[in-house]
Design a protein around this ligand. Sequence first.
Ligand code: 0X9
Ligand code: ZN
Length: 422
Amino acid sequence: MRLLWLLATLVALTSAGVLPDSAKERFDNFQVYKLTIKNKIQLAVIEKIGELTNKYNIWKEYDERSQQVDIMVSPTEVQHFKELLRFNNITSELMIENVQELIDQEQVTATADSSTFGWTKYYELEEIEAWLDEVLAKYPSVTEEFIVGQSYEGRTIRGITISHKTGNPGIFIESNIHAREWITSASATWFINQLLTSEETEVRNLADNYDWHIIPVFNVDGFEYSHKKNRMWRKTRQPHATNECIGADANRNFDSHWLENSGASSNPCSETFAGDTPGSEPEAKALVEYLTKIKDNFKIYISFHSYGQYLLSPYGHTKEEFPENYDDILTIGKAFADAIEALPYGTVYQYGSTADVLYVATGTSVDWVFNELDKEIGYTIEYRDKGRYGFLLPPVQIIPNCEELMAGMVALVAKTKELGYL
Ligand code: 0X9
Ligand code: ZN
C-alpha cells in the first residue's frame, strides 16, 4: 500500500513537472578529436564506432578534401579510443578537452539584455516563438505568420514572411533542421530583425525588393530536446519501430536520391539515418507539402547549418555530375565567400557542390527543392567555425557570424540578380 502511494506521488510530481522525467545529459570530460583519415579501413573503423551512440558521437563526417572527421568521445572510452587510433595508425588532434565546460559557458546568460531578446545568448524554442509573436504584432503590415505543419511530438512548425510590396521575387530560408546547430536559429532571428529594422542601404534593398519566407527553427522537437535533455542532439524525435535509437536525420529524409550512393545511413543509430521511407519524418513531409503549395513564390532556397564555413550547392548525391548552371552557382558562391572574407574578421568560406567540396549527402532539403521543384538557385550555409568550438560556438561570436551572413547574402542576392535569375 505504502509502495503504491509512493508510486502515485512520484507519478503526480513527474507529470506536474516538479521532478524531471529524466535529467539533462552531462558531458563532463567528453572530448572532441579531429582525426586525419588516410584510407578506407581507417574510415570504416571510425564510422563503425560512430554508431556506438553512448560512447561516441560524430560531429563532422569524413570529407575527402580535408580527410578529417571530428568525433566526440566519452571519458570512459578515451583510453580505448586512443589505443584504437594507435593500432590503426590514425593521427588525431584534441580540439575540445571538456565538452561540458563549453556547454556551461554557452549557457551563461548575458546580464545586459536578459529581459529582452537579443543576440548575445542562445534562446529556447519558447523564447524564440514569443519573440516571433512580438515581431508579428509590431510589424503587422509587412509580416505574416505561416504554418508548415506539425512535428512528431505535435509542435507547430512556424515561419514568417516579410514583404514590403507585391511582385517581389521570393527567398526561402529554412533553419535549424539539425537540432544542435543553435547558431542557425540565432542567425535567422537576427536576419529577420535586420530586415525589419536596419536602415543600411544594402539591407533595405534586400528587405524592400524581395519577399522573405523564413523558418527560424524547423526541427522543433529536436531543438527543444537539445535544450532540455541532450545538447548534442541532431535528429528528429520520432521513435523507430524495431530499434531503440530515436529519430532520423531530417536532412536525409527528402525524396531526392533518397538513401542512394551511401549519402545516408539505413541504421537508425547513425546520425545520418535517412528514415524508413522518404518523408517518414512528419516534419520533412510537412515541408514538402508546404513548399509544393507555395513553389511559385520563391526563386532562391537556403538552408542554415553549422559548422565548417562552407557554402554548399547541389548536387549532394553525386560528384560525377553537376547542375547545368553550375558555373553560375560557383560565381554566386564566390561572391558570397569573397564578401565574407573582405570583412575585418577575415573568415574563409569554401564553396562548391556538396558532394565535391564536402561529402555525398542524399535526400537533403536543398537538393529536393532543386531537383523536384526545379529551382535553379539553392544553397546550404555551414556557419562558423572549423571545429575549435563546433556546435558550441560561444555567444560572443553570434553577432560576428551574423554580420558575415548579411555581407554574404547581400553579395549572393546581387550576383544572382546580375546573372538574371531574379
Ligand atoms: O550533412 C549535412 O546534412 C550538412 N552538414 S552538417 O554538418 N550541418 O550536418 C550538409 C548538407 C548539405 N548538402 C545539401 N544540402 N546538398
Ligand atoms: Zn546541419
